[in-house]
Design a protein around this ligand. Structure first.
Ligand code: F6P
Length: 374
C-alpha cells in the first residue's frame, strides 16, 4: 500500500463502473503507475459509484496492481448505481472525495458511467469544488461515440469468434442451423464484427430495423442459400445481437415453422439456439485490450494532472495524413487509401529511426522505463 504524504490536491481516485469489461484492470494498473510516477497518490474505489458513496476507497500503489494486467473483470469491482441519478447521492460522493482530499477521478466505464462522471463534475451543481473527472471508454458493447473502440470489445469479439468456431464444428457435423445470440445491448457492433471474423452466414442487428417477418425471412433465406450451394457442409451460423427486438427463442420457433411449411420432409432443417450471454464479458483480456486500457489510462491520468476535466480519452486512428498522399475511404471511415511511394519513403524514415513516428516511439520507450520499474 502507498505510504506517501502528498498534499491533498495531488490525490486522485480510480473507479470502474457499469458492466465490467476485459482490459479494465490494465487501465487501473496504468493509471496507478503513471500517477505514482508523477508523484500523485492513488486511491481505488471499490464497486463503482456505489462504493464511492459508501466511502469504500483504498490506497493503490504499484505493488497492488503488479499482477492484474492479465486478469479479466476488474480488481476494483463494479456496480450499476441508479441512485447516482439523484443530486443528493452525487453530493454525498463529492463529500467523500473532498474529505479524503481527492481532487480528481478517473472513471473507467461505458455510457451511463461517463454520464455519472459528467454530473459529478458539474460546476452548476457542485460549485468551484467540483472534482475533476476524466473518462476512459470501457464497454464490450462498443456503443460510445467519438472513440473507435472501447476497452473490452476486442476480447469480447474474440470470445464470440472462438465460440462460433466451436459451434461451427458441431453444426457442420449435423448440418444444423445455429442462432447464436451475443451481447451488445442496443448496439450491433459485436454481432457484426464477430460475424465477419467467424465467417457466419448471417448477422441480425438492431440498427437494421427489420420487422419480425423480415428477420424470419432472412434466416430462412440464408438456410436456403447454404443448402443450394453446399453439397457437404450445410451448416448455417446466424449471429443475432441481443438488441434485436424479436427474442431469439421466438425467432427459432418462427423459423422452424416456416422451414417446416416449405421444407423437404426427407431433409428437415434442424435449428438450435445458443445464447452466449455473460460468457462474452469474461475471460482474460486480449493483448490488444491490455494495450488499449494501458494507453488510454496513461493519457487520462496525464490529462487529469494537467488540469483537464469533463473529458474522455478516445481511441482514434491517426487521421492527419496530408490530402496530397491520402484520401479517407468512402467505404470505411477507418481506412485511408495512401499513395504507395509515400508509404515506402515514410517507412524508410521509420526504419532509420527518423521521422515523427520513430521519435514518438523512442519517447514512449523512455516513459515506459520509468513506469514499469516502479
Ligand atoms: O453493457 C455491457 C452488457 O454486458 C450488455 O452487453 C448487456 O446488455 C448488459 O451489460 C448486461 O448487464 P447485466 O450484467 O447487468 O445483466
Amino acid at each position: 500500500m502507498s505510504q506517501t504524504t502528498n498534499p491533498p490536491n495531488q490525490r486522485l481516485a480510480v473507479l470502474t463502473s457499469g458492466g465490467d469489461a476485459p482490459g479494465m484492470n490494465a487501465a487501473v494498473r496504468a493509471a496507478t503507475l503513471v500517477a505514482t510516477a508523477a508523484g500523485w497518490e492513488v486511491y481505488g474505489v471499490r464497486h463503482g459509484y456505489q462504493g464511492l458513496i459508501a466511502d469504500e476507497l483504498e490506497p493503490l500503489g504499484p505493488r497492488d496492481v503488479q499482477r492484474i494486467v492479465r486478469e479479466g473483470g476488474t480488481m476494483l469491482g463494479s456496480a450499476r448505481c441508479k441512485a447516482f441519478h439523484e443530486q443528493a447521492t452525487r453530493d454525498r460522493a463529492r463529500a467523500v472525495l473532498a474529505a479524503r482530499g481527492i481532487s480528481g477521478l478517473v472513471v473507467i466505464g461505458g455510457n451511463g458511467s461517463l454520464a455519472g462522471a459528467l454530473a459529478l463534475s458539474d460546476p452548476d451543481e457542485a460549485g468551484e469544488h467540483a472534482p475533476r473527472v476524466v473518462g476512459i471508454p470501457a464497454s464490450i458493447d462498443n456503443d460510445l461515440a467519438l472513440t473507435s473502440l472501447s476497452i473490452g470489445a476486442d476480447t469480447a469479439m474474440n470470445t464470440i469468434v472462438e465460440a462460433c468456431d466451436k459451434i461451427a464444428d458441431t453444426a457442420s457435423a449435423h448440418d444444423r442451423t445455429f442462432l447464436v445470440e451475443v451481447m451488445g445491448r442496443e448496439c450491433g457492433y459485436l454481432a457484426m464484427t464477430s460475424a465477419v471474423a467467424a465467417g457466419a452466414d448471417l448477422v441480425l442487428f438492431p440498427e437494421a430495423e427489420r420487422s419480425d417477418e423480415e428477420l424470419v425471412a432472412d434466416v430462412v433465406r440464408a438456410v436456403a442459400a447454404v443448402r443450394k450451394r453446399a453439397v457437404r457442409d450445410r451448416r448455417v451460423i446466424a449471429i443475432t445481437a441481443e438488441g434485436v427486438r424479436l427474442p431469439t427463442t421466438e425467432l427459432k420457433r418462427r423459423v422452424d415453422e416456416e422451414l417446416a411449411r416449405r421444407g423437404d420432409p426427407e431433409h428437415p432443417v434442424e435449428t438450435r439456439v445458443t445464447v452466449l450471454g455473460h460468457v462474452v464479458r469474461g475471460g482474460r483480456p486480449s493483448a490488444f485490450d491490455r494495450l488499449l486500457g494501458s494507453r488510454l489510462a496513461n493519457v487520462a491520468v496525464r490529462a487529469l494532472i494537467a488540469g483537464r476535466t469533463r473529458v474522455m480519452v478516445a481511441w482514434l486512428p491517426p487521421s492527419e495524413l496530408p490530402a496530397e498522399i491520402a484520401t479517407r475511404s468512402a467505404d470505411d471511415p477507418y481506412c485511408f487509401v495512401v499513395d504507395l511511394p509515400a508509404v515506402l519513403r515514410a517507412t524508410e524514415q521509420l526504419l532509420d529511426g527518423e521521422g515523427e513516428l520513430a521519435q514518438w516511439r523512442k519517447a514512449v520507450f523512455n516513459q515506459l522505463e520509468t513506469v514499469l520499474t516502479l
